[in-house]
Design a protein around this ligand. Sequence first.
Ligand code: FE
Length: 271
Amino acid sequence: MTGENSGVSRKTLLKAAMVALPAPLVLAAAPAFSGETTPSGQSLDPTPFCDDGDDPTPPQMEGPYFKPNSPQRTSMLDGPGTRLTLSGSVYGLGCQGIAGALLDFWQADNAGNYDNYTYRFRGHQFSDATGRFTLTTIVPGLYPGRTRHIHVKVQAPGRPILTTQLYFPNEPRNDTDSLFDPRLLMSVTTGGGGRVAAFDFVLNVPQSPGPGPTTPTTSPTGSPGGTWRAGTAYNVGDRVTYGGNAYACQIAHTAITGWEPPTTPALWRRV
Ligand code: FE
């Protein structure tokens, strides 16, 4: 259980120094979200934490409990616990929403245990046309060595995977977990019969200036040939060919242009 917590790098020491900041400074360093209000009634910045090209969401270690092939779903109320609704957007460096970004969540149950045999509290989804996503789950339980957190992998079509973790404000263990990073704090309020959380991801995806959401482009591959087709619903284990290579589907999804097998390693494994 403590495998995620081993090793103290210079970076984590810096993080620990940030954690030691007075609460108002830590709050100021946390991401701000559209329309959110802190429990104290303090209004947060109405725009997402995406004001320049220097602040992509920081990565964190995957930890020992990731499991591929999670089901596609936006609700994973798989056991008792305090209901948690997490929503937000996936942005590129130009602060434009990224459509069709893969978000794969996994977390501990109410008792602090991961299900490594089935897929309880594991699920993936894709951001909508404006980059928005919503996950319905429960507040994860605590387990030894860590503060409260949710794991996630986020991937824009054709881009590298961001693996990171999201944290809850006002958790006592935030001060003692060396992995904790205040830049990954969700905004959490009470509501909806439980908690309502918000977090916006900023991916290291170049975007040209301009209004409106965009989908990152992938490099043209000409006419690669093969059995893969956009618009086809693929299930885990399905095999396709593309560009002369064979791939196995790792996550059930409906293929779209931009999610070609060579550029979506989260979806397709070369075989
Ligand atoms: Fe964990």
